[in-house]
Write a new protein. Sequence first.
Length: 300
Amino acid sequence: MSTVRLGINPLTWTNDDLPSLGSDTPLEACLSEGRVAGFSGFEMGHKFPRTPDALSGVLGEYDLSLVSGWYSSRLLERSPEEEIEAVKEHLELLKACGAKVMVFCEVSQCIHGDQGTPLSRRPHLSDDEWQRLTEGLNVVGDYLADQGVHLAYHHHLGTVVESQADVERLMDSTRDSVGLLLDFGHLVGADGNPLAIAKRYASRIRHVHCKDMRCLVLDTVRNRDKSFLDGVLDGMFTVPGDGDIDFLTTLEYLRETGYRGWLVVEAEQDPQIAHPLTYARLGYRNLRSLAEGAGFTIEK
């Protein structure tokens, strides 16, 4: 039996890359509304406490689990040993609070947090930089695996690993300790094919973000040479089932190949336009329907 749990990212309420979005929303509102919507876990955001007792305590108040937490890697700027030192505090927090995966993204040269830089100017790596990144990921991935936490690499618009070709090169150049976070929205946004990636790397997919895409908005962002954050503000992303992505076929394949873990709604929008609780409820209802339609059993 393939079981999954359904989680959500606080980006529905308050944005890490553009803190003005939802800046006045307290963490307790995010957690209480996420629980009311039906989710059993949250990924971390910038408003979450960073000590194990405080984090476990606030999640426990709402009967929520810690899904994971984003880590900004800089392996193109520092050695693998320096990266391991840098990641230790975050790793210990995840371990202490029961998370089994770390959302891991190389942010050197990235432009997704710069509203003034269009997506067309996203970074591309040289062969030497690819070698440095993948060799470093192998070292860090082995270390995290030894600590009982899986590295789940997050391909992301506006970063050095964005396209399907980038994802393939990353996966083909690293060991199994370097897992993949399959993000539907970021892959489709980069003209990639989630089912093709799932078929090629199913055994290494450690985490799944279910972010839907409004393709007409994406086309406008591309045609008008806009930034990632402009796309967010324009409504490029939404919760699963509210956009144009076919989730079901890929989820069916993941179920057939034994995926077990979290399916996470991560759909950053302007909370003044996309009412958070409304979209959290819609996201939960749609994702649960998709997951059960794919043959997964939902675990609380």
